[in-house]
Structures are given as structure tokens and as C-alpha cells.
Design a protein around this ligand. Sequence first.
Ligand code: AMP
Ligand code: MN
Ligand code: MN
Ligand code: MN
Length: 277
Amino acid sequence: MSKVFDLHCHSDQSDGILSPEELVSRAKRQEVDVLALTDHDTTIGLTRAAKKAEEEGIELITGIEFSCQWAGRNIHMLGLNFDLSAQCLKKAVELQAELRETRAVIIADKLAAAGFDGALEGARQFAGSGIIGRPHFAQFMVEKGYCKSVAQCFKKYLGAGKIGDVKQIWPEIEDVVRTVVGAGGVAAIAHPHKYKMTRTKLCAMVTDFKEAGGTAIEVISGQQHRDVTRDLASIARKYELAASCGSDFHAPGNPWQELGRIPSLPEDLTPVWDIWG
Ligand code: AMP
Ligand code: MN
Ligand code: MN
Ligand code: MN
């Protein structure tokens, strides 16, 4: 039997629900053999997850999902199997934390201008000890009764092009790719189909990504449609990129994003784990 890899998921150290330990235990129950915890812009959960992984007998790979930008768009970049003690990585993670704080203040100001006070404090409560993100603002808006659901809040206030979508705050794609590669890891463009780019735009981004040292693309993200898989596989082949796969699990109860429940990678592609051996 081949191993089950899930190289994309979130704990409560970013916008997931489970603690790093609970996440690892759930992955084990879901029969995942190799897991990467990829919290947004933080590596803080990795040490705790590694300890639990050793107890549970599951392999844990270092991971992070960097927020960055390309052509003014918000793009997510996975860093996988890097050296956690690398200085360049530590500095980059510190910068992301500062940018998230700056952005949170801007989002709260914009929401206040739209008549919703107290968003910063409210969102921070939902973030707990973890990094603060838009989902925490959405949870605050739902709690206050300003929106019916998190999804509706993204649609009205936080999603692409809405008031809470703060653009051009993140580092460029090239910078985060160099950070990940500099820390001995593999950079993989996360869930490329989610950006709703034309194929021409996506190919232009992949070209810049490759030039900066990027070597992989996430071909499978959760229970996606096979047309998406076919399309992304063709990009991996065209640009000779390794392929990654992950559930993008955030919370129990969503069958589309459950740990370990992901389609297999097309067989002719080189899986990312082959490049780190
Ligand atoms: P941030 O990293 O703070 O910019 O927030 C982005 C995160 O919000 C993503 O990683 C998703 O987990 C979540 N998200 C994005 N769009 C939506 C949506 N339409 N509904 C619910 N959650 C979303
Ligand atoms: Mn998320
Ligand atoms: Mn993402
Ligand atoms: Mn993610």
C-alpha cells in the first residue's frame, strides 16, 4: 500500500479549530502517514505537532502557508520540509506577523467606517493565542448578528474586492519563494484554481515563480473536481513542476476538506516528496 500524504492543513494557531496536537491525532485516525501542518504565516504550532506526531507514530513535515502577492493579487504559497531554525525563515515569519497586525488594524478601521465598531478586539478574541486573520473578523461579525454566516461575511465585507480585502500588503511571490528555498524547503503554489485567474495569467505567475526558484504546485486541494485536477496536472507537466496534495483542512464537519481525504495525484507527475527523498 502506498502512503497517504496530506501536506496542507490548519490548526488553531492560525484559522483552524483544532490544536496542533488534536490535529495530529485526527490525521492519525484518518490514516494519514505523512502530514504537513501549514498554518497561515506561522510555524508556531510545528514543535507541538512534532511531539504529538512522535507519540502517535505519524510522520510530520515542517510546513507553512505564506500570504504573498503577485500582480496585486493575494496568493498563498506553501513552504514544505524546510529547516525550522533557518534565520531567513524566522525573519520572514516575524515580518508576516507584523503585516498581519498592521492589516488587522486597517480591516477594523474599514469595518468601523462601515458602522461596525469593536472589530479588532472582537476578532482578537476569536484568534486566541494564534495569528489574526479575516476568518476571525467574520466570526466576530456573525457573533454580533451583523452577518448570517462566515461565508456571507466574506461575500459582503471581507472577500476579494470588498472593504476588508486589504491589498498589496504582503511580500511579493519571489520573496517568499526565496525564503523557503533559502531555508532548504520546497515552495509550492497553493490551490492555484482558487485565484480564478485566466490560464494566461496563471502561466505568467508560474513563470515568475519558477524564475525565483519555485519547484512545485499543489495539484490536489481537497475534494476538487477532476477537471481542475486535469488542468493543474497539465500545468505541472508543461512547467516541469513537482506536484503537492493536501486537504486544506480547517475544521471537522466539512467533507470537502477532511484530513487525508484527497484524490491521488496523477501517476505520471513527480510528487513533492520525491524531491526531498
Ligand atoms: P487571511 O489569511 O486572514 O487573509 O484569511 C484567508 C482565509 O479565510 C482563507 O485561508 C480561508 O480559510 C478563509 N476564507 C477565505 N474565503 C472564505 C469564504 N468565502 N468563506 C469562508 N472562509 C473563507
Ligand atoms: Mn485559512
Ligand atoms: Mn490558502
Ligand atoms: Mn490553507
